[in-house]
Design a protein around this ligand. Structure first.
Ligand SMILES: NC(=O)c1ccc[n+]([C@@H]2O[C@H](COP(=O)([O-])OP(=O)(O)OC[C@H]3O[C@@H](n4cnc5c(N)ncnc54)[C@H](OP(=O)(O)O)[C@@H]3O)[C@@H](O)[C@H]2O)c1
Length: 214
């Protein structure tokens, strides 16, 4: 697949490297092409462009920017470059305020997630939410003694979710589909839960797993 990654931070670089490792073509989108230039030089096949160029390039688009600017970045990417495509939304609506007792603050409420805001403004794009509740170092083929961990996903478009499920299979995850975009109200706060051991005890090496009885 051709993958357009919006963002050039830790998550964007980890996911872009994962797509390259699994044989996909990647363009990383940024405001400042000099920022990921050194990274791109070390990753054969990685290209760098503007947000619009990366979105236009991708058959699959990855949104990996600061949550507070997610809408601005999508506007810069351009609605026409997103329409009809699966959009992996890795963002979290983290507020600028400091965590309280290890619990992050969000700028959203439990009645409206960030992904719902994105989906509402870009109705022709097919947002799917994985990756928000694990650290970037574990996003691609994580190795844990108890086997593959679980990523919870949600989104309105079944074909887009099928595409994302295929990516998660390649990236070594179990997928748990939690339904439509509204489920992001529950999935986004998993980021708060994931970060608590980090803020309280400097423990950042874990992932969630859903246990089932068939
Ligand atoms: N770090 C993790 O381990 C982790 C794990 C799960 C989820 N997440 C979520 O994934 C997203 C990315 O996280 P991150 O840690 O990689 O980096 P980040 O610092 O949250 O975001 C960096 C990206 O945001 C863009 N950005 C920042 N301010 C901007 C502005 N005013 N206008 C346009 N773009 C702007 C930057 O674009 P430029 O390239 O143009 O500078 C950069 O690519 C966040 O929503 C975060 O909550 C992070």
């Amino acid at each position: 697949m051709k993958v357009g990654v919006l963002g050039s931070g830790d998550v964007a670089r980890s996911l872009a490297a994962g797509f390259l490792k699994h044989g996909h073509a990647v363009t990383v989108g940024t405001r400042d092409r000099t920022k990921p230039a050194g990274w791109a030089a070390k990753h054969v096949g990685a290209q760098v462009g503007s947000f619009a160029e990366a979105a236009n390039f991708g058959e699959l688009v990855v949104l990996a920017v600061k949550g507070a600017v997610a809408l601005d970045v999508l506007r810069a990417a351009g609605a026409a470059n997103l329409a009809g495509k699966p959009i992996i939304d890795a963002t979290n609506p983290i507020a600028d305020a400091s965590p309280a007792s290890g619990v992050l603050k969000f700028f959203t409420t439990l009645d409206e997630s960030l992904m719902e805001r994105l989906q509402r403004e870009f109705p022709a794009a097919h947002f799917v939410k994985p990756f928000n509740s694990v650290g970037h170092l574990f996003m691609v083929n994580p190795q844990f003694p108890d086997g593959p961990p679980t990523l919870f996903i949600c989104g309105n478009d079944d074909v887009a979710k099928q595409t994302v499920r295929g990516v998660l299979d390649q990236f070594g995850w179990e997928t748990a589909d939690m339904g439509t975009v509204e489920a992001a109200r529950a999935i986004e706060p998993l980021c708060m839960l994931w970060c608590i051991p980090g803020f309280l005890r400097n423990q950042w090496s874990h992932a969630f797993k859903l246990l089932r009885r068939e």
